[in-house]
Design a binder for this molecule. Sequence first.
Ligand code: HEM
Ligand SMILES: *[C@@H]1O[C@H](CO)[C@@H](O)[C@H](O)[C@H]1NC(C)=O
Ligand SMILES: *[C@@H]1O[C@H](CO)[C@@H](O)[C@H](O)[C@H]1NC(C)=O
Ligand SMILES: *[C@@H]1O[C@H](CO)[C@@H](O)[C@H](O)[C@H]1NC(C)=O
Ligand SMILES: *[C@@H]1O[C@H](CO)[C@@H](O)[C@H](O)[C@H]1NC(C)=O
Ligand SMILES: CC(=O)N[C@H]1CO[C@H](CO)[C@@H](O)[C@@H]1O
Length: 375
Amino acid sequence: MSIFSTLLAFSLLAIQAIAFPQYQPLAGLSERELDNILPRLNAVTPPPPPGPPSDTSVKLVNDAAHPYRSPGKGDMRGPCPGLNTLASHGYLPRNGIATPTQIINAAQDGFSMDSNTARLLTFATMLVDGNPITNLMSIGGKSALTGPDPPRPAIVGGLDTHAVFEGDASLTRADFFFGDNHSFNQTLFDDFVSFSKKFGGGNYNATSAAEIRFHRIQQSIAQNPQFSFISPRFFTAYGEAAFPIVFFVDGRKADGQLSMTDAVGFFRDGRMPHDFHRADGSKTADLVGNVTDVIFLAHPTQPGGNQGKVNTYTVDPNSANFDSDGCKIYTDFVNNIVVPLYPNPQGVLRQNLNLNLEFFFQTFGNCTQLFPYGH
Ligand code: HEM
Ligand SMILES: *[C@@H]1O[C@H](CO)[C@@H](O)[C@H](O)[C@H]1NC(C)=O
Ligand SMILES: *[C@@H]1O[C@H](CO)[C@@H](O)[C@H](O)[C@H]1NC(C)=O
Ligand SMILES: *[C@@H]1O[C@H](CO)[C@@H](O)[C@H](O)[C@H]1NC(C)=O
Ligand SMILES: *[C@@H]1O[C@H](CO)[C@@H](O)[C@H](O)[C@H]1NC(C)=O
Ligand SMILES: CC(=O)N[C@H]1CO[C@H](CO)[C@@H](O)[C@@H]1O
């Protein structure tokens, strides 16, 4: 039993010892009762995020210390092929329940993701999908292993949760409207392969990525009456289309051409190719930016959504877009997504939300910080 699972076993015992049903939200309790109970539910003060690693070189990451093992019963996997892969190679706990520090270190060590992007994705999702009290998040569906939930309307549903971060028009996952928003979808992957043949000489490269990205948007407009494509999903949809070109191509090759054999390994199985070397970490931030630009500019689409019927795509002027001030992404995420989930946090919950908000804010550089819960 790893130290990690030992700790979890202890937490669960402690929770059961005070006879608190695991899925029962804490709503209905008075502020004083909450203040009294929350600290005993294994509250963890979120530590400052780890910094960038000193070694960002191209190196073997599918190594002896990180063998692939397919997920066991109950292990969580979700919509992100990057994190699924990190969990199935043991860069993350193999059960798919992780702290922000573990996720940031895994993305940096296993894939050479730059510190800012790793922290931004991690704290954005931690705020809306994770448990701010226990400092744990599921990379897939809802899990009792993240501890008892804070009061509704908090969801704490893991990365599968729709419309807080996970969204529509994913490359290899179907839209929420069709039922399963997070599993690998073979039909969608078949399109991915045929577009890669037609536009990428058999590879997923910036040219074929631009066409696949656009095709998936067109498909959602034509098929999903509830298609929503506004910030933050609007931005993640373009950024994530660049990720495979930057992170799933062997760092010794680094030519921006992802083979279909390697792609299916990452997207479907969460598995690195044999002898896989990560990218050069001094280049990935720039490269993600450049490839994202190419993908967007090939078919610029403005943020918006369908209006309850297919083929009713309407631009949403209130959503941040590529021309807006970058701070609008930050401000809208905090005001429109985080605060509605946590309208009135108290005690440890408030303290930990403030810390996660601070770590999230730090990834936006020069914006004006918001303090929805005071200082
Ligand atoms: C650092 C923390 C990360 C978090 C919290 C995160 C989270 C997510 C989430 C929630 C999605 C689903 C979005 C959607 O399609 O609706 C996603 C998609 C994706 N992620 Fe990650 N991710 C992280 C890092 C990475 C890394 C390191 C890689 C690559 C090595 C990666 C590659 C991808 C790709 C390619 C998709 C799109 C999948 C598709 O459209 O089919 N992510 N990620
Ligand atoms: C896969 O995606 C397609 C297209 O969005 C959808 O019609 C189909 O139901 C999905 N299949 C599964 C098994 O979810
Ligand atoms: C993608 O592959 C196609 C076919 O080989 C090629 O014409 C195109 O230039 C490539 N694009 C990039 C950005 O590498
Ligand atoms: C990104 O694009 C800029 C501007 O075209 C270029 O100077 C830079 O070298 C590119 N970065 C990488 C890593 O390709
Ligand atoms: C940060 O914002 C301040 C005030 O808007 C501005 O004067 C300064 O130039 C900005 N710094 C950077 C690095 O963008
Ligand atoms: C509702 C939600 O946020 N996520 C859904 C994703 O899809 C699965 C079905 O596979 C639902 O169970 C989740 O509720």
